[in-house]
Design a protein around this ligand. Structure first.
Ligand code: PLP
Length: 432
């Protein structure tokens, strides 16, 4: 055994090889410095057997928890029977069953006539496809995106993303996006769409008629900012009246996170384009979808292609997830109850620390404790919580928001245990 191998095996959670060989770009491993080995539900276990409660859920990929047994059984069975794993975008039984389930459990009950485009497997792939078809369909270049938006890091999607940390790595111009203030950006008393509407109708504003507007109903990476239903309704009206396409980026807020399958449902609007990824496969396998209103689906055959648009294993677990959780409203009723528990506890934590001026914002199991007074606090609490066995992330341009994103399948007991760790961690950090 070489000395390096010996050293590596000395501690199963040693990060030496990562520090030695993995690019400086690595991110989450710095915030959660251990070697994870297995997981179930809302519990992660590292290679030393240490358990962590998960309030992060893979940034919203694991809405149904880790290794949900219903999905694992279907995946194992599919593998064992020699089901197609890769098929480009050819028709397969797994894909057929997924489309049928998505039509039956999601599109039809919501009266959505949208067609499905299977893009490459990342969220950014779906956003790129949405931006491209919006520009192609309208023949216009400008896309409006909002402050604190996060739409991905490939060039087209990065142009729509707000955060300067990410934008700084582009290396080329991030063009053809106009930035406007998101709901609440100028405080609770200003309707930021007044500006947009005025600019659209003013030949002197310098804003070209946009191809599309891209928006998150709840901004995940940008600090858990929530757009009100009335703001989204007005945005839909403004865009519809002028032939501007409306793209809802549901990659993080979708698949039940806010208490409905789509975060835009509460507002009753019908977007032209909807991007879905993160939790759509249920199992954590990569998968992305773009929903298009039939009138917008002006692609020519094979015009926007890609090798990995048919992750058939993902289709299998995605189909089982729809059948298991979306056949009736039982799952969303449970999520509503858990959301109320989480929200109530967070408001209590805020009330326990009036000197910090904490605020709470979010929808469903997508909540943030906003630590604006001392912007380093949320990161310090996240770090402290990890040493106490809780994985919890921050969000916002200054990492000033402690982000609560547990699996939707988390138990009340697990929620309470995690919140107790947050309380202890906060107390420890404040005691300094
Ligand atoms: C994560 C995310 C993306 C990008 O998805 P990737 O799979 O990381 O490319 C886009 N939009 C939103 C809202 C996201 O949360």
């Amino acid at each position: 055994m070489s000395s390096e191998t010996a050293a590596a095996t000395a501690s199963a959670t040693s990060l030496d090889v990562f520090n030695r060989r993995e690019s400086e770009v690595r991110g989450y491993v710095r915030a959660f410095p251990t070697v994870f080995d297995r997981a179930t539900g809302s519990t992660l276990v590292d290679a030393d057997g240490r358990e962590y409660l998960d309030f992060f859920a893979g940034a919203g990929v694991l809405n149904y928890g880790h290794n949900n047994p219903a999905f694992t059984a279907a995946l194992v069975e599919y593998l064992e029977r020699g089901g197609i794993i890769h098929g480009l975008d050819m028709a397969t039984s797994a894909k057929k069953a997924f489309i049928e389930a998505f039509e039956r459990f999601i599109l039809e009950p919501r009266g959505l006539a949208h067609k499905l485009q299977f893009t490459g497997p990342t969220g950014a792939n779906a956003v790129e496809a949405a931006l491209k078809i919006a520009r192609t369909a309208t023949g216009r270049a400008t896309v409006v995106a909002f402050t604190n938006a996060f739409h991905g890091l490939s060039l087209g999607s990065l142009a729509a993303t707000g955060n300067s940390h990410y934008r700084g790595a582009a290396g080329v111009g991030l063009d053809d996006v106009a930035r406007l203030p998101y709901d609440g950006y100028l405080g609770p008393d200003v309707d930021t769409l007044d500006l947009f509407e005025k600019m659209l109708d003013d030949a002197g504003s310098g804003l070209d008629l946009p191809a599309a507007v891209i928006v998150e109903a709840v901004q995940g990476e940008g600090g858990i900012n929530v757009a009100s239903a009335s703001w989204l309704q007005r945005l839909r009206r403004i865009t519809e009246e002028r032939g501007i396409l409306l793209i809802l980026d549901e990659i993080q807020a979708g698949v039940g996170r806010t208490g409905a399958f789509f975060a835009f449902e509460e507002s009753g609007i019908v977007p032209d384009l909807v991007t879905v990824s993160k939790s759509i496969s249920g199992s954590g396998l990569p998968m992305s979808l773009l929903l298009l209103r039939p009138e917008v689906d002006v692609w020519k055959p094979g015009q926007h292609t890609g090798t990995f648009r048919g992750n058939n294993l993902a289709f299998v677990s995605a189909r089982v997830a729809l059948e298991t959780y979306w056949a009736d409203d039982a799952f969303m009723r449970q999520v509503a109850a858990k959301s109320a528990l989480l929200r109530g506890e967070l408001e209590q934590i805020a009330a326990e620390h009036p000197e910090q001026g904490f605020t709470v914002r979010g929808r469903g199991l997508f909540q943030g404790l906003v630590c604006d007074g001392d912007r380093t606090l949320a990161s310090r609490v996240s770090k402290e919580a990890f040493t106490r066995g809780l994985v919890i992330e921050t969000s916002g341009a200054f990492d000033e928001v402690l982000k609560f994103l547990p699996a939707l399948t988390i138990t009340d007991d697990e929620l309470r245990r995690g919140l107790a760790i947050v309380r202890e961690s906060l107390a420890a950090v404040l005691a300094g």
